[in-house]
Design a binder for this molecule. Structure first.
Ligand SMILES: C[S@@+](CC[C@H](N)C(=O)[O-])C[C@H]1O[C@@H](n2cnc3c(N)ncnc32)[C@H](O)[C@@H]1O
Length: 403
């Protein structure tokens, strides 16, 4: 009989760190050391396959209980590494983690060391209980584990040098700013215009500014800060996600009819790459008709829309016409693809050209990572003279401009 040896978790951790380095996600030894030290398997809600637990892209799924509650999700380490690096946590800092699983709080505790302080908060009593038990069992009982709606922060352990948000937020609540030190940083997966970007905001007075952002989705925040995003169905398999700031009436029957009309394809003569950057550019430069189009797999399989729509893509909607970006193989560009636009509807050419102008503008003038500057102004700030896109949220004004 062959006996498969149980893998040594320390060996798997070392391999995980090596893999994160290969993916260019680790830049500080402190974060690497924390990942090599904390026993991730001791926080796994139900995954017993150690190779999966230490795989950099595996999210550890929760256990569902009979009463409908569930244990916490533990995010994949590639996301945690990105967040920890963006947060630039230093020894001795006071850190608030929003959304608990236990594991990430233990990583932060390793980075801040014995002179720092870590607080983790979750809205779910089961998550809090389990995170506390796991942290105690692994020797990280110095982490404060709090049951609360993080919309209001955790004032009892404030101020914080860093606030690391591990749940999708629709806004930056006032309480987070109030509980942040004067030179503090908030790393938050912020939802705007139907997309989420992980943003590292630094504080200057009452304003937060960032030029460090990247793709990064999380489950949406519950409680008083839950998002009011609306879905406008076009068919059973296709719908528009609309930012609550836009009060737009869509001509759904006309859009449905446009779907079955022959499309017009237009080509930009610019490269296609970094679709997340292009999407953010389109959404923040396309006006109120630029929303997100989502499709079920069925609509893709039936050829109604291009495969990229499955994961959500910006779409310019005007009356009964709509246009979204497409790509085709091209040897002219290093990425191997040229960007283009597919348009449907009676004025497909016109709406398509409008979208094409945006795609070209990005491909010509902003074709790189990090070209956006993101500022979050306090509510009531007079921003009328400022250039760029703005979204008026409940607690402040999100502004995005492009260089
Ligand atoms: C992705 S999980 C957190 C993962 C965790 N940070 C880890 O160690 O990997 C997101 C958590 O956010 C929590 N959450 C959602 N809305 C919240 C809110 N308003 N306040 C506090 N926690 C919230 C959920 O209950 C869930 O446990």
């Amino acid at each position: 009989m062959t006996v498969t040896p149980t893998p040594d978790p320390a060996v798997l951790r070392a391999a995980m760190v090596a893999s994160l380095r290969e993916q260019d996600l680790l830049h500080s030894e402190r974060v690497a050391d924390a990942l090599a030290t904390v026993p991730r398997h001791a926080f796994a809600p139900r995954e017993s396959d150690l190779a999966k637990v230490y795989d950099t892209h595996t999210t550890l799924e929760p256990v569902l209980f009979a009463d409908g509650s569930q244990s916490s999700v533990v995010s994949a380490t590639h996301i945690q590494a990105i967040q920890l690096e963006m947060a630039d946590v230093q020894p001795g800092m006071r850190v608030l983690e929003i959304g608990s699983g236990g594991y990430n709080a233990a990583l932060i505790a390793e980075v801040v060391g014995p002179t720092g302080a870590v607080t983790t908060v979750d809205i779910d009593a089961g998550v809090v209980e389990r995170a506390r038990a796991c942290l105690t069992a692994t020797g990280y009982d110095r982490v404060n584990v709090v049951l609360a709606d993080a919309q209001y922060g955790v004032p009892e352990y404030a101020p914080y040098d860093r606030i690391i948000v591990t749940v999708g937020a629709a806004d930056v609540p006032q309480a987070w700013l109030e509980q942040l030190t004067d030179t503090g940083r908030i790393v938050v997966p912020l939802r705007f215009s139907g997309i989420t970007r992980m943003i590292a905001f630094d504080r200057t007075g009452q304003t937060l500014t960032a030029d460090n952002y990247r793709l990064g989705g999380f489950v949406p925040m519950q409680g008083d800060g839950a998002s009011a995003e609306q879905l406008v169905p076009i068919t059973a398999d296709l719908g528009l996600y609309v930012d609550p700031q836009y009060d737009v009436d869509f001509d759904v029957p006309a859009l449905r009819a446009a779907l079955s009309s022959a499309p017009v394809d237009l080509w930009a003569g610019t490269p296609f790459d970094m679709p997340d950057e292009l999407a953010m550019f389109q959404l923040t430069n396309g006006g109120s008709g630029m929303v997100m189009l989502h499709a079920a797999q069925k609509a893709v399989d039936e050829g109604v829309v291009e495969p990229a729509v499955r994961h959500g893509i910006p779409v310019l909607v005007q009356g009964g016409n709509f246009a979204y970006r497409i790509k085709r193989e091209s040897e002219k560009f290093a990425s191997g693809y040229e960007a283009g636009v597919r348009a449907h509807g009676p004025q497909a050419q016109q709406v398509g050209e409008q979208m094409l102008a945006l795609v070209r503008d990005w491909g010509t003038d902003h074709f790189r990572r990090g070209a956006a500057r993101i500022v979050y102004y306090p509510a009531g700030t007079d921003v009328t003279g400022l250039a760029g896109w703005r979204s008026v949220k409940r607690h402040g004004i999100l502004a995005i401009s492009w260089s």
